[in-house]
Design a protein around this ligand. Structure first.
Ligand code: PAF
Length: 280
């Protein structure tokens, strides 16, 4: 397995593979890899000849008061996980390699990024779209793998690929959970023991919503009430948002029908966690 920090060297190697007729997969990450990332790498490994993992904590997607400095980083640990998953190349650039001093080339779509996480993290999706665009140009893979935990991110990237004619297939992969149901996230490492215990409320509140929907509830407002009521039973939980939207355009809906995203963001102590259910 190679680890490269240079855009040019990475692009050259990927082009070489493609010239040999090999299929290439990209798994974009910010590192501190967990089982969720591992599941993306394993799927990419099965479906492609070569697998590239990018590890880059992208400053552009963090707001001024967010956790850019505190975000966990450990390349040695990540490299071992990648090696075990059969990854061929880690692309690990410095910030200066990705963003030169005169950088002005932002990618920013309207509508999809405005709601949910975009409402409380106004610069986030502009940063995600910009860095993912750059990664798609640097690593011209046939397929890119993203987790469904970041469902709005997945919807935005799918839209971006269609609207901007990227020649890449976007593959969404299921959320990987801890045994008690908490969705795996690099940010779970911020939780104290008691916060970690209470964080399970996110998954439980979504389970309650799904039970109601399976029993015939179609009213999106009622579904939101069920989730909110459950979250409010948890002393350490502070709701950022509870939303029921169309998965296609991330706009609020009144009835649970068609492709629906039920998405929540909740502070457990000072750590903001997200979770969701996608109904197709
Ligand atoms: O999901 C993430 O880890 C990041 O948002 C991504 C897609 C790697 C872009 O920095």
């Amino acid at each position: 397995m190679k680890i490269l920090g240079s855009i040019q060297e990475t692009r050259n190697l990927v082009k070489e593979w493609k010239a040999q007729g090999l299929s290439v997969a990209l798994v974009p990450t910010m590192g501190y890899l967990h089982e969720g990332h591992k599941s993306l790498m394993e799927r990419a490994r099965k479906e492609n000849d070569k697998v590239v993992v990018s590890i880059f904590v992208n400053p552009m997607q963090f707001g001024p008061n967010e956790d850019l400095e505190a975000y966990p980083r450990d390349l040695n640990r990540d490299a071992k996980i990648c090696e075990a998953a059969g990854v061929d190349l880690i692309f690990h650039p410095e910030v200066s390699e990705m963003y030169g001093p005169d950088f002005h080339g932002f990618v920013d779509m309207t509508v999809l990024p405005e709601k949910l996480c975009g409402a409380s993290r106004p610069v986030h999706f502009k940063g995600v779209q910009t860095v993912v665009t750059k990664l798609f140009h640097i690593i011209p893979a046939q397929r890119a793998y993203f987790g469904q935990k970041d469902a709005q991110q997945l919807a935005i990237i799918r839209r971006m690929v269609i609207d901007l004619d990227f020649d890449i297939e976007i593959i969404g992969c299921p959320i990987i959970r801890e045994e008690d149901g908490l969705a795996k996230s690099s940010r779970n490492t911020y939780l104290s023991e008691e916060e970690r215990r209470q964080a399970v409320i996110l998954n439980e509140s979504l389970n309650d919503a799904m039970c109601a929907i399976e029993a015939g509830e179609k009213d999106a407002a009622k579904v939101k009430e069920i989730i909110t009521a459950k979250l409010n039973t948890c002393p350490l939980a502070k709701i950022d948002y509870v939303e029921v939207v169309s998965f296609d355009n991330i706009q609020p809906i009144e009835k649970v029908e068609g492709a629906v995203l039920i998405a929540i963001a909740v502070y457990i102590g000072t750590t903001r966690l997200i979770d969701n259910r996608i109904i197709m």
